[in-house]
Design a binder for this molecule. Structure first.
Ligand SMILES: Cc1ncc(C[n+]2csc(CCOP(=O)(O)OP(=O)(O)O)c2C)c(N)n1
Length: 699
């Protein structure tokens, strides 16, 4: 066993290990793998099998150390032994792989992609299929532990830690490096637990990290305690695990523990391992930690009989669980569309997720009003955003605002100006430059009961966070309402005085296609206040798009509508009424449409959708059925833009009411150009909108 460490390893506390429990848990894991590999997979009762054979002893040992009342784990598809140790029942495990009712996702997700919501012991964040996605949410959990302890005076978080569990290849991902950077910079209580089985499917570890040992490579990484050992030597692995956990728990900052283990089966049930060769496979079998455990324990710590009893007991547990699960029902196909968003029960109360966000912990949002209490001077949209954030930070101690430059500078768009001075660095803070880190961290914080408000500096720069955004949106659905991560992602974007492919993208349709996200695109300061507040007090993840040209635009200015004002999502605003046609728009195009209608001197309905997910189908249909003509105007590019969705719905639902084809005016399929001359040539402007209105009315 080698220990490479920039802090010398301390002797582990001499607490007795319950070896019988270790044997029992590891035997259950192995019995599950035996059953799935030998029977359920060939019988096609399990469609995806990811064996943990070779990984089970180290994971069970880790699970035994996670006794903090608020410990949080980010795991992956090979984490089942760890979960079994933390409370996943054998029935739940089998119901999940066999896609039965009572599984952790109700048949919606792969059976080894688990979750374990809990507030009285170790909680496992919803596991994702994407390799490396577990790391930044684990960082968010670790930061939330600190926040809850210091800012919310929540003593249950004292000495609790976060653990991110992954394989050797996962250390090559963006998520790993983002998490490592944040955890060490912020000195968070996070353990990176890396099980190095030598392969990422077929690609050997030396192609994932130079020299093939991530622990050795990180030995000089500042702020990280690094431990390295042989997971096939259970007695010494147990000491290392205990030592690593104890250090993080004691407040020494993050640590990384790498343990080598053999992967004794294929990567998944389909994998023949032809790339390994028989010598390598034989060598791996010789390193089987389960067999070594027996040699190390029997008879010194356990008698032969005790070992056999535990193994037989595990086998019986799995057999009985299989019988029960075989008799259980398949998932309910009628429920497959449920739980993309918060739902209500028959009595009207919220059908709450077990964990994530503020509501499951008893949080009650303050009273709200849909009527604006408009008074005072008109304020611009950026002030509206700032003032709303300020008020919500005041009334809700769980709101945290963060992103690149949002702290001392107050954001590059000035939306958070002065907030750090007022609320302190724990609640309003700068992050390192990692969008994966910003959103992944928000996911972990939301899961831990906070309301994160991350800022993505410009729309285009959400690209590196795409994976975390996607997985956040689907979390409620894929855990069948067990977990959700409500948050408000503020994203400034769109053109300003000029365009360019980096700062001026709109592309809102991508968010609408991102399942599970609510999407707001306000056109003015009053709606911005109401939509932002509604999102901040809501229970679903929300993309709040702040259009750059509106931040200080004069048309968008409105009086502040009050500290209680909210705007319901999915309710369009009918800005003016007319009968010759309906103009449907949102964001920065609304102002142009209003001017164009005036210029064309046509009597028209002007609908500002305000939110695109959900969007107000009813109001749009009602208007179009009345005017019998519709022009949709948006800034996003035309092909498969959101206008296409609206047009498709109108074509189907209002077909016999239409007197003319539905028209769309949008950016052609080009990136936003920089020169104002070029931008003017492609962006819908008042002249072109007015001409389109005139033409459509003439049809
Ligand atoms: C982002 C992403 N890329 C590719 C894959 C396909 N894939 C699944 S597992 C895997 C290898 C991961 O290996 P490692 O992290 O070492 O864990 P192990 O399977 O060895 O336990 C790959 C490439 C994926 N799931 N996610």
């Amino acid at each position: 066993m080698a220990v490479t460490s920039n802090i010398l390893a301390r002797p582990a506390p001499r607490e007795a290990q319950d070896w019988r429990a270790v044997v029992r848990q590891a035997a259950i894991s192995r019995a599950l793998d035996d059953l799935e590999e030998s029977t359920l997979l060939p019988e096609r009762k399990v469609l995806y099998q990811f064996s943990a054979r070779g990984h089970e002893v180290t994971q069970v040992l880790l699970g035994g150390e996670l006794r903090g009342s608020r410990d949080g784990v980010g795991g992956y598809y090979r984490s089942r032994p760890l979960l079994l140790t933390l409370g996943l029942s054998v029935d739940e495990a089998l119901a999940s792989t066999m896609m039965r009712r009572g599984s952790m996702s109700e048949g919606r997700d792969i059976g080894v992609v688990f979750n374990l919501p809990r507030r009285d012991g170790p909680c496992v964040l919803p596991v994702c299929g994407g390799v490396g996605t577990q790391y930044t949410p684990a960082v968010g959990w670790a930061q939330a532990l600190r926040y809850r302890q210091t800012t919310l005076a929540d003593s249950s978080c004292e000495r609790s830690i976060a653990v991110a569990h992954g394989g050797d290849a996962s250390t090559a991902t963006n998520g790993f490096w983002a998490a490592l950077n944040i955890a060490t910079t912020e000195r968070l209580p996070l353990l990176f637990f890396i099980e190095d089985n030598g392969y990422g499917i077929s690609v050997p570890t030396h192609q994932q990290t130079p020299g093939g040992n991530i622990a050795r490579n990180l030995a000089a990484f500042r702020g990280l305690r690094v431990l390295d050992g042989d997971g096939s030597d259970p007695l010494s692995a147990a000491r290392l695990i205990r030592d690593a956990v104890a250090g993080v728990r004691a407040g020494e900052g993050p640590a990384l523990l790498r343990l080598t283990v053999p992967r004794l089966s294929g990567h998944s049930g389909q994998d023949t391992q032809a790339y390994k060769g028989s010598t390598a496979i034989a060598e791996e079998q010789a390193r089987d930690p389960w067999r070594r455990l027996q040699v190390q324990l029997v008879p010194k710590y356990l008698s032969v009989e005790e070992w056999d009893i535990e193994v037989a007991h595990a086998g019986a547990l799995v057999t009985q669980a299989r019988e029960r699960v075989e008799r259980s029902l398949p998932p309910d196909a009628l429920r497959v569309k449920r739980y993309l968003f918060t739902e209500r029960t028959d009595d009207g109360s919220v059908d709450l997720q077990i964990q994530g966000g503020i509501l499951p912990e008893g949080g009650v949002p303050p009273g709200a009003s849909k009527q604006p209490a408009a008074h005072g001077p008109r304020i611009n949209l950026v002030t509206a955003v700032r003032r709303t954030l300020e008020h919500e930070l005041e009334v809700n101690p769980r709101v945290v605002v963060f992103g690149e430059d949002v702290g001392r500078k107050g954001g590059v768009h000035a939306a958070t100006l002065g907030l750090q001075d007022k609320f302190g660095v724990a609640r309003v803070f700068d992050t390192s430059l990692s969008e994966e880190g910003i959103i992944g961290r928000a996911v972990g914080m939301a899961a831990a009961g906070l309301m994160p408000v991350p800022e993505i500096q410009f729309r285009k720069y959400a690209d590196p966070a795409a994976e975390q955004l996607n997985d956040c949106g689907t979390m409620r659905w894929r855990t069948a309402n067990r977990f959700a991560a409500p948050m408000v992602v503020r994203i400034p974007g769109g053109f300003f005085k000029c365009g360019d492919p980096w700062h001026s993208q709109s592309n809102e349709v991508q968010w609408v296609h991102g399942l599970g996200w609510r999407v707001a695109m306000p056109s003015n300061a009053e709606d911005a206040v109401g939509l932002l507040r509604e999102a901040l007090r809501g229970n679903d993840p929300t993309i709040f798009f702040e259009h750059r040209s509106l931040l200080d635009g004069s048309w968008a200015r409105r009086p502040y509508p009050g500290d209680d004002f909210v705007v319901e999502y999915g309710k369009a605003s009918l800005l003016q009424r007319g009968d010759a046609l309906s103009v449907v728009s949102w964001g920065a195009m609304v102002e142009r449409c209003e001017l164009a209608i005036r210029r064309a001197e046509i009597s028209a309905d002007l609908l500002d959708l305000r939110t695109l997910s959900p969007w107000d189908r009813e109001a749009t249909l009602e208007s179009v059925r009345k005017t019998r003509r519709c022009l949709i105007v948006h800034e996003d590019t035309i092909t498969a833009g959101f206008g296409a969705e609206i047009a498709a719905v109108l074509a189907k639902e209002a077909f016999f009411d239409l007197d003319a084809p539905i028209e769309r005016l949008a950016m052609p399929d080009v990136p936003s150009p920089h020169s104002p001359v070029l931008l003017e040539a492609v962006l819908p402007n008042v002249d072109r909108i007015a001409a389109a209105i005139t033409d459509l009315v003439a049809v």
